[in-house]
Design a protein. Structure first.
Length: 434
């Protein structure tokens, strides 16, 4: 039998409240469509069914009555209700006697500084692809990278919650304080091992990864990387992290390191591939339907203007939260009045400032020229506008580095690569140089 979950008494009350807030009526089946999209996102689900495997009206009714249902369906139903399944589940999962259920009951987790993602919008496609990589393809090293505030940390946390039952151990560590490799290994092995080695090292870590299927999430890898140089290079005192990630990527083991950061490291770029156990995911803005939920949460009016607002900020979730709060507080919830103003940055300036101050001088020049152009520019056009003293090799390196930093967008037109900036990034760059 497959492992099952059911809601606790208090969790069942939360489920009922969340269902009532949704306003779904008996018989319309909207919840089954939404759950099916989570369970099998590659298919085009519609009202009337049939629905995804394990997802039916009968299963939904059992879920609402607090009876045991399949783990995947339970987690999907909680997600469509905007609930964290861990906060509503009965703490002693039903033991079916299967190895999978034993793993669920015996898994150990340390969420460290992971964020609360009980409120989480969209990203169903991203979650499905990450699950394919980590669970099905058994990738050993996966990186989620993207510009500041795009939602990397939240995505990693939501993903780790959804698949934690696939692992014996799950451990989250923030790198915001830039721990040395020795400090990180001591922290990891201190939790993972009942008997911590006297001098934790990479070999001890590898032994554990081989004997116990473990998910290690390291959030904020950019703190280990050097500023003022092309992206992906480590600061002098953190060069030994390269060995740790190399072993995670190339050694034979059954675990996975999941990294988040504003930059892609050179190890990821070197080893990644479609069939490789190393993959990277460049996170972009939210899809329109998910971005709408952020605006709806703020009770903005004039829905006809929301698409323009989302487009102006490229679906950037942090920027949308900032501007929607400003629209509520200053523009009486009217997006049209706000849109007549110039692009507003607010607190997003701080996020962008931290990222752009890491650039090399040539990268800054490229960013400024792209901001001035306002339309996608070719590599040849960039070289002409910057300086004839910049070699083609130097410009190529700068463009590659900016791509690793998720600060430029690349388009293809008539077989030629063109480069541009998101509107919010363009506005910041112009302001800094005016």
């Amino acid at each position: 039998m497959a492992p099952t979950l059911k809601a606790s008494e208090s969790g069942l009350a939360r489920i009922q409240r969340a269902k009532n807030e949704k306003g779904w009526r008996v018989g319309d089946g909207e919840w089954l469509v939404e759950a099916s999209k989570i369970l099998e996102p590659e298919k085009n689900w519609f009202l009337g069914g049939p629905y995804a495997d394990g997802c039916s009206q009968t299963t939904w009714n059992r879920f609402l009555r607090g009876q045991a249902i399949g783990t995947a369906a339970f987690q999907a139903f909680c997600q469509i209700l905007g609930l964290n399944w861990q906060e509503v589940v009965e703490r002693n999962p039903i033991d079916t006697g299967s190895p999978d259920s034993q793993q669920t009951a015996n898994s150990r987790t340390d969420w460290g500084e992971a964020p609360d993602v009980s409120i989480f919008y969209g990203r169903t496609g991203e979650l499905a692809e990450l699950k394919q990589w980590v669970v099905d393809d058994k990738c050993r090293l996966v990186a989620i990278y993207g510009t500041g505030g795009i939602g990397k940390t939240s995505l990693a946390a939501k993903f780790a919650q959804q698949i934690q039952n696939e692992f014996e151990f799950v451990i989250w560590r923030s790198l915001s304080n830039a721990p040395t490799r020795a400090q990180l290994l001591a922290s990891l092995l201190g939790f993972l091992s009942d008997r911590q080695p006297p001098e934790p090292n990479v070999s001890h870590m590898l032994d554990f990864l081989r004997t116990h299927r473990t998910l290690v999430i390291l959030d904020g890898v950019e703190t280990l990387l050097a500023a003022g140089q092309p992206a992906g290079k480590y600061r002098d005192e953190y060069q030994d992290y390269a060995e740790l990630f190399k072993i995670a990527a190339q050694s034979d083991h059954k675990s996975c390191f999941l990294l988040t950061g504003t930059e892609k490291s050179k190890e990821i770029a070197l080893w990644e591939g479609k069939t490789s156990p190393v993959r990277s995911f460049k996170l972009k803005g939210l899809e329109t339907t998910a971005a709408w939920e952020i605006l709806r949460e703020r009770e903005l009016v004039e829905e006809a203007e929301w698409a323009n607002l989302i487009d102006r900020y490229g679906g950037h979730p942090l920027a949308l939260r900032i501007v929607s709060a400003t629209i509520e507080e200053v523009f009486a919830n009217k997006a049209s009045d706000f849109l007549r103003e110039t692009t507003f940055l607010g607190e997003i300036r701080e996020v962008l400032a931290q990222q752009l101050q890491r650039l090399s001088e040539l990268e800054k020049k490229v960013m400024y020229q792209l901001a001035l152009a306002r339309v996608p520019v070719s590599r040849t056009g960039l070289r002409e506008s910057i300086s004839s003293c910049v070699s083609g090799e130097e410009l190529t390196e700068a463009l590659k580095s900016l791509g690793w930093r998720s600060l430029i967008e690349t388009l293809t037109e008539d077989g030629e690569a063109l480069f541009t900036l998101l509107p919010v990034v363009r506005k910041y760059v112009i302001n800094q140089n005016s």
